[in-house]
Design a protein around this ligand. Sequence first.
Ligand code: 4AZ
Length: 254
Amino acid sequence: IVGGSFTPIESHPWVAAIFHKRYGFLCGGSLISPCWVLTAAHCFTDGENTKIPHLSVYLGKSAINDTDVDKEQQFFVEKLIIHQKYNDSNYDSDIALVKIKSRNATTHGGCAVRSPTVRTVCLPPLHTQLPAGFSCSIAGFGKEKFESPRFSQYLKQADVKLLSRAECTSGLQYGSRITDNMFCAGSPSWSTDACKGDSGGPLVCEASGRMFLFGVVSWGEGCGWMNKPGVYTQVTNYNKWIAAKTGLTKYTRG
Ligand code: 4AZ
């Protein structure tokens, strides 16, 4: 995250951190039900990354390199579902589901247990549309600057505003690279943005007193660059896909 501030996991308790045995921290994600994490498809397209036995998912984590056993929950991956229409050349349908399972074979049922550091985020009701200029927040362990060689050690969050489709598809910004399954968000001064490593993580917006997961961090040119906002997968386009793949019948959960 460029700009913004460090934040305890308690303020974004649905944030998941996905690690690879060999490559270390891979991507963010969001806990949408006790056994399911929503993330980005492009996190798993390096071929090697897709090997499920090499992946671990952490919930309740505030720092990439420190372990707080009282706050964290660790999982293996039971299933990885990459959207069947994911397009690796333009990042269309950049969305994936990770089913988590307990690392401890004797803990049956073993998915996420609700706590002050671990909680599910609501999925927005079908067809919800927020107006351009609406303020939302992003969170993740991604780089603090495009040029930085490493990810942020601690979880960060930042406020970003939704941009109109007209603005983001203008020639000045991304033109036709923005599909109907993407939207853009940034700050008016271009001082806050997602960056490498925030991919897969949440863009949440508050509506009627609850936080809803509207976007999955997907891509962008640089980080915090003028007229190059962050691009997010539009979660409301995938309510049915999520329901079909996870068997979750309710679109909104707390
Ligand atoms: C990335 O490389 C990435 N500024 C994610 C988000 C943004 C840029 C790059 C948005 O994963």
